[in-house]
Design a protein around this ligand. Structure first.
Ligand SMILES: Cc1ncc(COP(=O)(O)O)c(C=O)c1O
Length: 414
């Protein structure tokens, strides 16, 4: 096939959920910002785990040996996905929030009363409440970092104004799950490092849209959630080896002290870890369709380039349609620059919950409310319960779905 053309039919063909119907009607999944569908590669890996080697780890049974090998392979593939050469820096856990709580408890040992932490107002609560509670428990001062309503990102000058020699931590979003705005994490992390602060990045919303490179970003920690990038319900955190090695860790006395396992509490969800491997293999499969060559990281990069290009076209089409609807107020950038395909809006006459009910009943899947981006909703002066109507695109969506979706939205807002 033409390597420049996105193989949308082949892609959709490996996501069984996309062919599922409700009373004969195809679903339009525009709820991807809350969780994505899963390719057959991932489903097969999960089924295969239960068929062939469902067991616990660390003994000589063939099943256990297979589990150990699978977990190691997944961690290695995840390291390539995140851009670190060191698999010891990749912690897999229940979800982003649980891992962030766990790390906040460990990090608290490095901070003293009177120390300061900075939390941006672009965050999902998963990167807010754990730090607020850490600050409360340990007498730390919290400084809030505003985002700019024009650029829809945190401006370096705003961060610079808050940094001082007591700053210990910056909690920063890569992409907002409400506005879709993307932060210049590399520049902001470098600024925070100038005063010796650690940088904890929430890349949950970013990870399905653009490939992450933790080494290039120069961050200390970065969290993401596979269920937001076509995998199972898990969380993953990258942490710099020196930090993970030296952190006070809450673990059982008998559990491994080796990285990354020193942060594994209890028995992992092996079947989901197998599913994550399948997702990463899906990206490689897609790269193959695009005619890409090279190592695993090169293949991830090729897949993400292709997915991103296709998605950017959909975003431009959707935005053009939304911008033309009278009374509709975008809560985020009205162009495709510097954003991911997560779109939120309010309307002069109709509440988000009313619009969402109508769209969901018509088969256009969407979300509404503050979407746990409480600080963003507050900063934008949104109704705390109603929030926004949110649409999130993924690379398996089509132009036809965007056009049908726009028609349904126009009807709902008439
Ligand atoms: C930006 C962002 N951060 C964090 C989270 C929480 O992730 P998890 O469900 O893995 O705890 C979400 C989930 O919606 C999110 O969108």
């Amino acid at each position: 096939m033409d390597s420049g053309q996105f193989p949308i039919e082949q892609v959709r063909g490996v996501f069984p959920a996309l062919a599922t119907t409700d009373d004969g009607r195809r679903r339009i999944y525009f709820d991807n910002a809350a969780g994505t569908q899963v390719p057959q590669h991932s489903i097969d890996r999960i089924t295969d785990f239960f068929h062939r080697y469902n067991s616990n780890t660390g003994v000589f049974n063939s099943t256990s040996v297979a589990v150990d090998a699978m977990v190691e392979e997944t961690i290695g593939a995840m390291a390539d996905f995140l851009g670190t050469p060191d698999p010891g820096e990749v912690i897999i856990g229940a979800n982003m929030t649980t891992l962030t709580y766990q790390l906040s408890r460990s990090l608290a040992h490095r901070f003293a009363p009177g120390d300061e932490i900075i939390i941006s107002r672009m965050e999902h609560e998963g990167n807010v409440t754990p730090w607020l509670q850490m600050a409360e428990d340990n007498g730390l001062t919290v400084r809030w970092l505003d985002f700019d309503r024009g650029s829809w990102q945190v401006e370096p000058a705003a961060l610079a104004a808050l940094l001082n020699d007591r700053t210990r931590l910056l909690a920063l979003n890569y992409a907002s799950n409400l506005t879709g705005g993307v932060n210049d994490v590399k520049t902001l992390a470098a600024l925070a490092h100038e005063v010796g602060a650690l940088v904890y990045v929430d890349a949950v919303q970013y990870a399905s849209h653009r490939l992450i490179d933790v080494v290039d970003l120069g961050v200390d920690f970065l969290a993401c959630s596979p269920y937001k990038f076509f995998g199972p319900h898990l969380g993953v955190v990258y942490g710099r080896r020196e930090l993970l090695d030296s952190l006070h860790v809450y673990k059982l006395r008998c559990a491994s002290d080796e990285l990354p396992y020193r942060f594994s509490t209890g028995t992992p969800a092996f079947e989901l870890i197998a599913g994550l491997l399948g997702t990463l293999e899906y990206f490689q499969w897609l790269a193959g369709l695009m005619g890409a060559e090279g190592n695993r990281r090169d293949q991830f990069a090729a897949a993400y380039r292709a997915m991103g290009d296709h998605e950017d076209g959909l975003s431009a089409r959707l935005l053009q349609g939304l911008n033309a609807i009278p009374g509709l107020n975008m809560q985020g950038a009205t162009t495709t620059d510097n954003r991911v395909a997560t779109f939120s809006f309010t309307h002069d006459k109709h509440s988000p919950s009313t619009i969402a009910r109508g769209l969901s009943e018509a088969g256009l899947f969407c979300h509404w409310g503050d979407n746990y981006a409480m600080e963003v909703a507050r900063a934008l002066g949104l109704d705390p319960v109603e929030g926004v109507l949110r649409l999130g695109l993924a690379h398996y969506n089509t132009r036809e779905e965007v056009d049908t979706g726009l028609d349904l939205i126009v009807q709902a807002l008439a």
